[in-house]
Design a binder for this molecule. Structure first.
Ligand SMILES: *Cc1c(COP(=O)(O)O)cnc(C)c1O
Length: 428
């Protein structure tokens, strides 16, 4: 496939933008090659600058559950934009979206809007620390919660590890307050709480992990965390930036029947606009400024365009039967990959949770970070490029989940099957 315009743009971009991109995974560092510059999207498809068309299974990394440029959403966006872009003062749209979100996610009694998922988790952490008067937090290996200092942490050595910064520029004195344990490990969880439970302000987790390909919680795992948080007075933060309104109408909390003290949202809640949100128990949220002493603010928080698009997106998602259909299409998609891999004699396993999916170059689907890193990375990279050449765009990294939208109809899936079969044939 021809990428000369993308290559030319990348050459220009590299002169004025570090690495040519505004977010690192876009640079294709893990799969190799030049990033594709996109020009437009329509339903299940994206078009690059060279005019090639792809079936899109990235959906802007999750937000585009309604597909690209949904006509109703575009209409609402244009109507709202005509009235002015920002006021820095309260608006009706903020109230309406907050009402909708608190209705949809029962554990969220109150919610505050921010402009990204990173801002949501960073603010939720500060609030949990302010509320409990404790400094330490617990996170899980392989979970991503945005790029706030306290959360860009990898496990150090030793049994119950003090986190060490996963990026230069982050003080070790700060990350030493972040403990990290493997995901889905019940024993590590219990011994961690036994040792430092009473010092923890918060536990933060991706309830379904979409940032190490796609990992689901083992049965009872989230419930176990809930019980330990209750026992030790720890704020349970469920980071639903990716899973919110994607794996169930109420998010992962609806799917697994577990309640957070604080929930973080992003991605789908903005429908493609820059939005994040955090919220939860009213007694905790009461500690937030201006009601309480924990400071948090944002010039563009609750921006009218973002609120309008978010609200339109969530409202359109309430159509009866929409989620059942969406989840069925996701199951069909992973079945297509499995069937075609089998025909081609390629080792591949899959996972689907709601409208998220994972493709693994391994015999069985992994359950934690170590198992994900053990999959065949070279093979994944080859598959990525072969799919691109056949007009199917998946995430340019073996550590990212895939996303299905309501525009991925049976026709689109059949088109995908043909492309996948051809791509697998090239891998031999
Ligand atoms: C994407 C993501 C974030 C960060 O959101 P940004 O809008 O990129 O800052 C946080 N948590 C999870 C689970 C995410 O998937």
């Amino acid at each position: 496939m021809q990428h000369s315009k993308s290559e030319a743009l990348m050459a220009r971009a590299e002169k004025v933008i570090p690495g040519g991109v505004n977010s690192p995974v876009r640079a294709f560092k893990s799969v190799g090659g030049t990033p594709i510059f996109f020009e437009k999207g329509e339903g299940a498809y994206v078009y690059d600058q060279d005019g090639s068309k792809y079936i899109d299974y990235v959906g802007s990394w999750g937000p585009l559950i309604l597909g690209h440029a949904h006509p109703k959403v575009m209409e609402v966006l244009q109507e709202t934009a005509a009235k002015g872009l920002s006021f820095g003062a309260p608006t009706q749209l903020e109230v309406e979206l907050a009402e909708l979100v608190t209705e949809l996610v029962p554990s969220m009694e109150q919610v505050r809007m921010v402009s990204s998922g990173t801002e949501a988790t960073m603010s939720a952490l500060r609030l949990a620390r302010g509320f409990t008067g404790r400094d330490r937090i617990l996170k899980f290996e392989g979970c991503y919660h945005g790029h706030a200092d306290s959360l860009l942490v990898k496990a150090g050595s030793g049994l119950l590890t003090l986190g060490v910064p996963s990026s230069p520029g982050i003080p070790a004195s700060l990350t030493s307050l972040t403990a990290t344990i493997p995901y889905n490990d019940f024993d590590a969880l219990e011994s961690c709480f036994k040792e430092i439970g009473s010092e923890l302000a918060a536990v933060i987790i991706e309830p379904v992990v979409g940032n190490m390909n796609l990992i689901a919680p083992l049965e009872g795992y989230l419930e176990k965390i809930r019980a330990l948080c209750d026992e030790y007075g720890v704020v349970f933060i469920i980071d639903e930036v990716m899973t919110g309104f994607r794996v169930h109408p109420q998010g992962a909390q609806g799917l697994y029947n577990v309640k957070a003290d604080l929930t973080c949202l992003g991605k789908v809640i903005g429908g493609g606009m820059p939005v994040g949100a955090f919220g939860g128990r009213a007694d905790i949220m009461a500690h937030l400024a201006p009601l309480g002493p924990v400071y948090q603010a944002g010039t563009l928080s609750g921006n009218p365009l973002a609120m309008a698009v978010g609200k339109a997106t969530l409202e359109l998602l309430q159509e009866p039967g929409l989620y059942d259909k969406l989840f069925a299409q996701t199951k069909k998609l992973v079945a297509i990959f499995e069937e075609e891999a089998k025909k081609a004699g390629i080792t591949l396993s899959t996972r689907a949770v709601g409208s998220m999916f994972g493709l693994f170059m391994s015999e069985t689907a992994p359950n934690n970070y170590d198992e994900v890193t053990a999959c065949d990375g070279d093979m994944f990279n080859k598959l990525f490029h072969a799919l691109c050449d056949e007009g199917v765009y998946i995430a340019p990294s073996a550590f990212e989940a895939g996303f299905v939208s309501i525009c991925h109809t049976d026709e689109v899936l059949e088109e995908t099957r043909v492309a996948v079969a051809k791509a697998f044939a090239r891998l031999k």
